[in-house]
Design a protein around this ligand. Structure first.
Ligand code: BEZ
Ligand code: FE
Length: 293
């Protein structure tokens, strides 16, 4: 690595100062702060790494390809933000939960605004080819008050690690999805299959980046939830299957210890009959605690 002479250092400082100064006229003060910090950090990055013109051109090519991979149903830029840890960083800076309440984590790209409304106890596994599983729990306020009427929007990948929208030819729409309304005492339960770990999409520029970094693309098995209740802040979260091999290396850094749950193997024919699942099955318990708004 070469170091520049004093004249070059001065010229570099001038470029940075001019670029920062050019933003003074930005009318929106927050936008001015964001752009100014962005320019300062980008310039610091180029200085620290002594970014070459060829590398800069490669980076432009990469970002161009990232934009080119975006469609109505695929957001490669969000995926890029996910694998660089930026999505989880923003979530961590702003999504902090009050002590004792359910922690949040990333939304991910597979949420649909309309999950099919289902009755408590319904199955969201419309394929029926996975390991049977019951998820149950209660929704309550941080002070312990039960929250009947709370809504849980749930979505997960199937037993093969794919969301319905990824394989519309193989899965019916709404497979792995459901919107449940908590009953008396805030209780809820539904039937499903045990989710599988799955790779995030790797057939675009983000996949190329993961490969170049020697990183695997897997997310540990999980079920997504958005919990909402009147008078409370909603929470967007997942539960992760305890024991999953990828808990310590989630491709998008979204695991929080409090969200790792036992999916307990259960061999109890009468309980299985009560739940309407084949025996044996797995049972995950998840209590959702919301903060008053
Ligand atoms: C997901 O869990 O659905 C997900 C999150 C971030 C990137 C890709 C998938
Ligand atoms: Fe997911």
């Amino acid at each position: 690595m070469t170091t520049e002479d004093a004249a070059t250092t001065a010229a570099i400082d001038i470029v940075t100062r001019q670029a920062v100064d050019s933003l003074r006229t930005t009318a929106d003060p927050r936008l001015r702060d964001l752009l100014t910090a962005l320019v300062r950090h980008l310039h610091a990055f180029a200085r620290e790494t002594r970014l070459t013109q060829g590398e800069w051109a490669d980076a432009v090519g990469f970002l161009t390809a990232t934009g080119g991979a975006c469609t109505d149903t695929r957001q490669e830029f969000i995926l890029l933000s996910d694998v660089l840890g930026l999505s989880m960083l923003v979530e961590t800076v702003h999504g902090h939960s009050a002590p004792g309440t359910t922690e949040s984590t990333v939304l991910g790209p597979f949420h649909l605004t309309e999950s099919p409304a289902r009755e408590l106890g319904d199955s969201i596994d419309l394929m029926g080819d996975g390991e049977p599983c019951v998820v149950s729990g209660r929704v309550r306020s941080a002070d312990g008050t039960p929250l009947p009427g709370a809504v849980l929007d749930v979505w997960q990948a199937d037993a093969h690690g794919f969301y319905d929208v990824q394989r519309p030819d193989l899965q019916p729409p709404g497979n792995g999805r459901g919107s449940f309304t908590a009953g008396a005492e805030g209780g809820f339960w539904f039937r499903t299959c045990v989710p599988s770990p799955y790779p995030i999409p790797t057939d675009g520029p983000v996949g190329t980046l993961l490969k170049a970094s020697g990183r695997h693309p897997y997310r540990p098995a999980h079920i997504h939830f958005i919990a909402t209740a009147a008078g409370h802040a909603p929470v967007t979260t997942h539960i992760f299957v305890a024991g999953d091999a990828h808990l310590d290396s989630d491709a998008v850094f979204a695991v929080k210890d409090s969200l790792v749950k036992d999916f307990t193997p259960t061999d109890d024919p009468s309980l299985a009959r009560e739940f309407g699942v084949p025996n044996p099955f797995r049972h995950a318990r998840f209590d959702v605690v919301l903060e008053r708004s």
